[in-house]
Design a protein around this ligand. Structure first.
Ligand SMILES: C[S@@+](CC[C@H](N)C(=O)[O-])C[C@H]1O[C@@H](n2cnc3c(N)ncnc32)[C@H](O)[C@@H]1O
Ligand SMILES: *[C@@H]1O[C@H](CO)[C@@H](O)[C@H](O)[C@H]1NC(C)=O
Length: 273
């Protein structure tokens, strides 16, 4: 393994830094929301993540290395758009508001909704934005889409002609249940109109470097607790490449990934057949 030790350590420090910031927000959130902690632990976790993400989200979205790729993806979104896990809307500025008819943001953390709506308004999507209180996995998403009358609640099957022109996920599917990733993407595909696109930017697992893999495995024991359920062993690339029904799918690693980094980011453009 030809990676200099210092370079390796540097890339291992990144996740620890994020953990530290999250840890700082734990007592702060406790102080202001003790009753949430006592009576609604899951709401407390959401509140904690919101406090953390309000600071970290804008920083991450400003990363020039990533912004260019996210811009490429979001500028393709048009017509009826569904975004999974838009967070506080820090990436919304990439959308071409003129080509979007409606942007549905399925964000399970309701504490982030107000900022999300603010950001949509700020970037020309004010009257085109609809927040949906749901997660990406089918058991949460489908009932919410039925309630929003985007999918008929009378039939069990999804409409043949699809519902959305674009479905977007930016660093959110790592937090969705990994065991349901395949069914989640299958539903995304079913919800797309023929020719519609699934556009994603996510970090995924990589096995090039054994030490890094072990480090990520170790970290992953506590990572989800502090990072709003995020997992370090995402497999969206493999899921998408292993399924049929796409006309075209381009999944590419972004940046100059060398194998020893904990995060391998991939960008995907998948067009439904
Ligand atoms: C790392 S943040 C990214 C937010 C935003 N996409 C961005 O790039 O700024 C992860 C987001 O995924 C959301 N999330 C958590 N669990 C989810 C799930 N099961 N399905 C969809 N989104 C989820 C979180 O609430 C959070 O907003
Ligand atoms: C790891 O990353 C390299 C470089 O991007 C890629 O060629 C390889 O397929 C990846 N391996 C896995 C198992 O994801």
């Amino acid at each position: 393994m030809g990676v200099p030790l210092l370079v390796r350590l540097q890339s291992y420090l990144g996740p620890l830094l994020l953990l530290s910031i999250s840890i700082i927000y734990l007592p702060i959130t406790l102080l202001f929301h003790p009753f949430l902690f006592l009576f609604s632990p899951s709401s407390f976790r959401s509140k904690w993540f919101e406090n953390f993400w309000r600071i970290v989200g804008p920083q991450m979205a400003a990363s020039e290395l990533q912004a260019e790729h996210i811009e490429e993806l979001l500028s393709r979104a048009h017509g009826q758009v569904l975004e999974l896990g838009p967070g506080g809307g820090d990436q919304i500025y990439h959308y071409k508001a003129g080509q979007v008819e409606t942007l549905y943001g399925a964000e399970p953390n309701a504490f982030l909704h107000s900022r999300l709506a603010e950001m949509a308004a700020k970037h020309g999507l004010g009257d085109k934005f609809v927040a949906i209180d749901a997660a990406a996995q089918p058991g949460s998403l489908l009932p919410a889409l039925k309630e929003a009358r985007l999918v008929s609640s009378k039939t069990a099957s999804l409409p043949e002609e699809g519902v959305f022109d674009s479905v977007v996920a930016i660093k959110s599917l790592c937090s969705a249940p990994q065991g349901q990733l395949a069914s989640t993407v299958a539903v995304v595909q079913a919800l797309l109109k023929p020719g519609g696109e699934f556009l994603f930017f996510e970090h995924v697992e990589n096995s090039t470097d054994a030490v890094t893999m072990y480090y990520a495995w170790l970290l992953d024991w506590i990572w989800p607790l502090f990072m709003g359920g995020c997992r370090l062993n995402g497999k969206i690339d493999r899921v998408v490449l292993g399924m049929g029904g796409w006309d075209e799918r381009r999944v590419t690693t972004v940046g100059d990934f060398q194998g020893h980094e904990v995060f391998r980011y991939v960008k995907g453009i998948c067009r439904k057949a």
